[in-house]
Design a protein around this ligand. Structure first.
Ligand code: SF4
Ligand code: SF4
Length: 390
């Protein structure tokens, strides 16, 4: 059976426009009760990576969260909660939600914060990459998850969309530890696919009104894409995101393994694209909403494909580096490094790298509040990519 993805135009974060777009998208898929029952407790899972102004396009915009909350209330859903495990676990969900403008919206709608302050180990013997996860209690206590993801780039996985947003169900510092356990895009993608098999959100709604391109998921640039996407299939939804930004969906490990493990499809021919005006082809969607110049990593990449010449890997890796002029010396990047023996340390008031230890998880880049960490591709990697077609 083909996967349905609803795509609805939305030009501004105005309450009535966003509500119309979200409502239309969900109705195109059959309505809320197709996915959740009003008897169930439901957790809304926005992207709350960091305390940052929603206009930075780093987190799910409060208008999208608010529209979903209002529509669920109008449709008789009473037991609503929200939560996400933010990048900096020490700040906590409430403060992070406050900084993102989401807490007040939730309070106005009577949507409570779920328990993300405690975690519980959950065995997952069927996992392909992970045999257990430490999940936030709030996730375990609910009947259903509605995933409210953001359309963004990601330095490790190229994009972070519906599949990757479930990573915020993992408790606190276990997220950093996961980067150490799954140190490259390929195994990390497999782990995320396992996680999606375990937590299985019922519905995914993507805030793509203002997306993030470039140095995501926290330090990139906002760019308009003017869409709300919705689907029960997170792989199909992320595939549509990829097509809109001119990225081969199969280069995204979360798509590839999501498809392989039976979560969904990243094949365009297996996706039905639904709009207010009727079903359309991917080509039509791309011509209407696509941005071929969207700044995202499109190189085929090297990880997992260099087994025979692995000694070249350090020369081909994409390395994080500090833009000293932007750095305020806060040390958040050092706290974010998941390694016991940190690969980043403070030297004369600014961070410096021990590249030989670094596993290139980019947690430091992800958590820097000043956009002071970027990632560079070595010249050899660029040449290899252009000429060797690896
Ligand atoms: S988190 Fe960013 S601003 Fe803070 S010390 Fe690290 S590089 Fe500098
Ligand atoms: S230095 Fe940065 S990229 Fe390297 S392991 Fe630590 S957090 Fe990950």
């Amino acid at each position: 059976m083909k996967s349905k993805v609803a795509i609805v135009d939305c030009r501004k974060y105005k309450p009535e426009l966003v509500e119309h777009a979200v409502s239309t998208a969900v109705e195109l898929l059959g309505g809320w009760k197709q996915f959740v029952s009003s008897e169930e407790s439901i957790i809304l899972k926005p992207n709350l990576l960091a305390r940052t102004d929603p206009e930075n396009a780093c987190t799910t915009h409060p208008e999208v969260f608010g529209a979903v909350g209002r529509l669920l209330r109008q449709n008789g859903f009473e037991e609503l909660y929200y939560g996400d495990s933010p990048g900096n676990h020490l700040i906590g969900v409430a403060q992070t939600a406050d900084g993102c403008g989401l807490r007040q919206v939730a309070e106005d709608l009577g949507i409570e914060i779920a328990d993300f302050e405690e975690g519980e180990q959950v065995p997952f013997p069927d996992g392909h990459a992970a045999d257990h996860f430490v999940l936030c209690k709030g996730v375990l206590e609910m009947d259903a998850i509605i995933n409210l993801c953001k359309m963004k780039t990601h330095q490790l996985e190229r994009i972070t969309g519906a599949m990757k947003n479930t990573f915020g169900c993992v408790y606190g510092f276990n997220k950093g530890a996961s980067h150490a356990r799954f140190p490259n895009a390929d195994v990390f993608g497999r782990m995320i696919a396992d996680l999606n098999r375990l937590v299985r959100p019922r519905l995914h709604i993507m805030d793509g009104i203002m997306a993030m391109e470039g140095n995501g998921p926290q330090s990139g640039d906002p760019t308009p894409m003017y869409v709300i996407l919705a689907s029960a299939d997170p792989v199909a939804l992320d595939t549509v995101f990829c097509r809109l930004v001119n990225l081969d969906p199969e280069l995204v490990a979360t798509n590839l393994y999501g498809q392989k493990y039976g979560i969904g499809t990243c094949k365009t021919e297996d996706i039905v694209l639904m709009t207010e005006e009727g079903d359309i082809s991917m080509e039509e969607a791309v011509s209407r909403w696509g941005n071929p110049d969207f700044n995202v990593e499109r190189d085929p990449g090297f990880r997992g494909q260099f087994k025979s010449i692995r000694f070249l890997q350090p020369l081909l890796d994409r390395k994080p580096y500090v833009k000293r002029e932007n750095c305020i010396g806060c040390g958040v990047c050092i706290q974010a490094c998941p390694l016991d023996e940190k690969a980043i340390y403070m030297k004369k008031g600014k961070p410096a790298y021990r590249y030989r230890k670094c596993i290139k998880c980019y947690c430091c880049q992800e958590m820097c509040p000043e956009k002071a960490i970027d990632v560079k591709t070595t010249r050899l990697a660029k040449i290899a990519d252009r000429n060797w077609k690896l």
